[in-house]
Design a protein around this ligand. Structure first.
Ligand SMILES: [Zn+2]
Length: 87
C-alpha cells in the first residue's frame, strides 16, 4: 500500500495526462486502468486510513504510478458525489 502525497500524485497525474489511459469505475474506490497502446490492464484501489490516503495498483511499479494518477480524477468526482448524496 502506497501513501498518496501532494508531490507524488501530481507527478502521477502529469504522467497520466501524457499517457491518457482508459479508466473504468468497477465500484467506489476500485478502478480498472487500461493502457490504450499496449492493452495492459491494471486495477487501482484507494483506501483512507486516519485522514491519510493510500492507493494500490496491480502493476509492477513500487511507487504511485500513472494508473493511480489516472484513476484519482474519477475517484475525486465520485467521492464528492457520494459526499453530496449523504450530506
Ligand atoms: Zn500502476
Amino acid at each position: 500500500m502506497l501513501e498518496i502525497t501532494k508531490e507524488n500524485i501530481e507527478k502521477a497525474i502529469e504522467k497520466a495526462r501524457a499517457t491518457k489511459p482508459k479508466v473504468k469505475v468497477l465500484e467506489f474506490r476500485r478502478y480498472a486502468v487500461t493502457n490504450k497502446t499496449t492493452g495492459a490492464n491494471y486495477e487501482v484501489t484507494f483506501t483512507k486510513i486516519g485522514g491519510k490516503k493510500f492507493a494500490d495498483c496491480t502493476c509492477p511499479a513500487t511507487k504511485i504510478c500513472y494508473h493511480i494518477g489516472a484513476s484519482i480524477g474519477a475517484h475525486i468526482v465520485l467521492a464528492e458525489q457520494m459526499h453530496t448524496a449523504t450530506a
